[in-house]
Write a protein that binds this ligand. Sequence first.
Ligand SMILES: *Cc1c(COP(=O)(O)O)cnc(C)c1O
Length: 443
Amino acid sequence: MRNMAPDRRDRAVRAAVDQDLLTPAAPVAALLDVAGVRASAAALRAAFAAVTDAPVLHAFAVKASPLVPVLRLLHEEGLGAEVASPGELALARAAGVTADRIVLDSPAKTPAELREALDLGIAVNADNPQELARLDALVREAPTRSPLGLRVNPQIGGGAIDALSTATATSKFGIALRDEGARAGVVRAYLDRPWLTRLHTHSGSQGLPLSLLVTGVREVYELAEEINAAAGCRRVDTIDIGGGLPVNFTSDDETPTYAEYAALLAREVPGLFDGRYGLVTEFGRSLLAKHGTVLARVEYTKTSGSRPIAVTHAGVQVATRTVYDPVSWPLRITVYDAGGRPRTGGPFVEQDVAGPACFAGDLLAVQRALPRIEPGDIVAALDTGAYYFAHHYAYNSLTRPGVYGYVTGEDGAVRFATVRPPQTVAEIVAEGGGGHADALLAR
Ligand SMILES: *Cc1c(COP(=O)(O)O)cnc(C)c1O
């Protein structure tokens, strides 16, 4: 089947220009392909439905797109929410995600956060023995509907990106299973606590091969079997396998697929799918990355040391990871003319695509072969639907761009819905303490 996403994207860029979403006053805009998001959510559900009849909660990792309309869309597509802070929990609830479909996972939950989660009946995965002791006290105080679990780190090693590998020997997440005495301690924790019924792991995000993800899942499955054998009952009834399906940032192909991952899991860890365990997944990036595009107007073009440079309005404020760690997070860039028509013809010229921020490293791409960029053109940073356009970095007080979802009607017309309006300069002043201008003057 032909991948229609690039056509939809080109049409949306043209429409964004025609409908004034991208103007000199709003020189950056972020677009989200709603049909693409729905398709990814459906593919995720179908992939697991194909390998198990057990109940599966697909909890979207809110940090990948902390935007209420996006969470609502995913909720309508049958997904729940994985949250890791009071802010993320509030966003999920504002989107209408019900408590029974929310999982709380942060490594630094306060007593108040734990109490709120247990009051609401939200699932909680404890990170460490001290947090487990807090849960002991709360469970003693009042009964709770919250399913409670423990996060373990199988210490299976990292992937290509250190900062995103959570199952390394010294990761800060979960109980390090291979540390001396840790495994026995975990088993004992379950034997002592009839209310501890879930096991959780998340081996990392982006850069982990499927085989390593599967190894992490197999490790927690085997631990669940060991606990249940020791308990003589199904103490662990649900396994949370985390997220981490990697995304292809080099082409429009969506690889690997959820179907491939689920099939591999079913082959390598068949016991996980035989109906004895409920499942939770926590995918983020793979649900949204391919469906987002950041557009930026080109303000100037110049050469420096004979290198052509396009100075655009999108840089470190929207593509923070790419700017600070370009080797780990390269982004595809495409070029459109001022009317939003794709520039595809040559000659191709190696150019730097720079952002607006005042430091030399603020570059979206270096020496990238692209059609020669002209002032007034539009550059598009592709595959930015997760962890990019809703992760603004406040450097240089650059305003957050508007985020717009698009759908294409039967007639080919593109309709936009505002997910988040562009931030105003007045809002920047307010965030910058504008209401407290005299605060430091008192003697
Ligand atoms: C970030 C995170 C996820 C989502 O990871 P993706 O790579 O975006 O799929 C899931 N679970 C936990 C605990 C996380 O921290």
